[in-house]
Ligand binder design. Structure first.
Ligand SMILES: [Zn+2]
Length: 154
C-alpha cells in the first residue's frame, strides 16, 4: 500500500495493505469531492478485497485481486435534503470523467441494491467513450450530463 487514504480507515477493508494504491487514491478522492459539494457525507464500503476462498464474487473478480471496492454514498444537500441515488451516481460519473480517472477504472451502477451503490475497480487504459445526454432534474428542468455510452440512467 503506497497511498494512505484520508477518509478511510484500515478496518473498512479486508486487508488494506494488499489493496491497489491507485484504487485507494480514487475512492478517497471521490469521497473528498463529495465533502466539498455536500453535507453529512458518509461513504460506506460494503466489501473490498476478499480472499478467493470466500466465493462471494464470480471467479476472476477484481475483488480477489485487491483491485475492487463496492460502496455507497449517503449525503445531504445544503438545504438538508437527502441526495437521491441517481444524482449521487451522476456526481460520481462526472467526477471520474472530468478528472480523467474514468479512463482507468471500471464502474458499475447498482440502483437495485438495498443500499444503492457502486462497484469500482482498477482497469487502466480502458479509454471509455462518453456521450452527452439530457435528464430532468427535480424541478423538471432538463440538464445536460455526460455519461459513459453504456450507462443506464434510471
Ligand atoms: Zn464489486
Amino acid at each position: 500500500m503506497l497511498y494512505t487514504p484520508e477518509f478511510f480507515s484500515q478496518k473498512e477493508f479486508y486487508d488494506i495493505e494488499l489493496m491497489n494504491s491507485h484504487l485507494l487514491y480514487i475512492i478517497d478522492k471521490i469521497r473528498s469531492y463529495f465533502g466539498y459539494v455536500y453535507e453529512h457525507v458518509s461513504c460506506v464500503i460494503h466489501c473490498s478485497n476478499e480472499p478467493p476462498k470466500s466465493k462471494v464474487h464470480v471467479a476472476g473478480s477484481k475483488h480477489y485481486q485487491n483491485e475492487a471496492v463496492d460502496f455507497h454514498i449517503n449525503c445531504k444537500d445544503r438545504w438538508g435534503k437527502v441526495v437521491e441515488y441517481q444524482f449521487v451516481a451522476l456526481e460520481v460519473a462526472n467526477y471520474l470523467h472530468f478528472t480523467t480517472m474514468w479512463n482507468d477504472v471500471g464502474i458499475g451502477f447498482y440502483p437495485e441494491w438495498n443500499s444503492p451503490g457502486f462497484h469500482l475497480d482498477w482497469s487502466p487504459d480502458k479509454h471509455r467513450e462518453w456521450q452527452a445526454k439530457y435528464v430532468e432534474n427535480a424541478d423538471g428542468n432538463k440538464i445536460q450530463v455526460y455519461t459513459p455510452v453504456n450507462y443506464i440512467f434510471e
